[in-house]
Design a protein around this ligand. Structure first.
Ligand SMILES: Nc1nc2c(ncn2[C@@H]2O[C@H](COP(=O)(O)OP(=O)(O)OP(=O)(O)O)[C@@H](O)[C@H]2O)c(=O)[nH]1
Ligand SMILES: [Mg+2]
Length: 191
């Protein structure tokens, strides 16, 4: 079965997303559940309306990646790393409303590189668009101001990422269908 792991900096919304994806569509009576670690959920999306293709995968939540790991988190981080190493697909969750979200992404990327997990299929999930505040930056030379709203942001370095990116709000349930469609596309590729 395809394994999908949620990775990302701490507090970006990973647990909120696993609850969102696993709540309505989890096969509650499935006995496999009992043998799984509590942070792993079996997720079943309804068959695709056109192809009737089912979409079933294991989704694991993980401990947030941070620059300096507190001592008491080291043990849970080890099991997180195992989940990540065993995953076929990574859902990299980013809190796009955080002023340092780009640095946080770099921290996650270098951690993934260190554990040899940087070549996995990755879906980048820019979360918390509901509280994103467009930043204004002025150009030093021409003094013209660019307002970095979401559409402008998408045209920056983000446009160089592949099409596996999605902007959502997990708490407002914005664009969750788009996220599900991306997961479905990548899970079925791996079949
Ligand atoms: N405004 C807003 N808040 C969100 C959104 N998604 C999650 N949050 C909030 O962000 C906080 C952190 O969410 P979690 O799901 O616990 O984040 P996490 O990545 O699992 O955090 P760790 O387990 O600590 O690494 C919670 O207060 C959530 O309610 C969102 O789309 N918009
Ligand atoms: Mg969490």
């Amino acid at each position: 079965m395809t394994r999908v792991a949620l990775v990302g900096y701490t507090n970006v919304g990973k647990s909120t997303i696993i609850n969102l994806l696993a709540k309505a569509e989890v096969l509650a009576q499935d006995m496999l559940f009992a043998t799984l670690d509590s942070t792993v959920r079996k997720v079943v999306f309804p068959p695709d309306p056109v192809t009737f293709e089912p979409c079933v995968f294991l989704l694991s939540d993980t401990v947030g990646f941070i620059r300096k790991l507190p001592h008491q988190l080291v043990e849970s981080f080890k099991s997180t790393l195992d989940e990540v190493k065993e995953a076929d697909i990574l859902l990299h969750v980013v809190d796009v409303s955080h002023p340092q979200f780009e640095e946080q992404m770099d921290t996650v990327s270098s951690t993934l590189e260190e554990i040899g997990a940087s070549n996995k299929t990755m879906i980048t999930v820019f979360n918390k668009i509901d509280q994103y505040k467009p930043m204004a930056t002025s150009d030093d030379i021409f003094e013209d101001e660019t307002i970095y709203d979401i559409p402008t942001l998408k045209k920056t370095w983000m446009s160089k990422l592949d099409d596996n990116i999605v902007f959502i709000s997990a708490t407002q349930s914005d664009n969750i269908d788009e996220l599900k469609a991306l997961i479905r596309k990548n899970v079925s590729k791996g079949l």
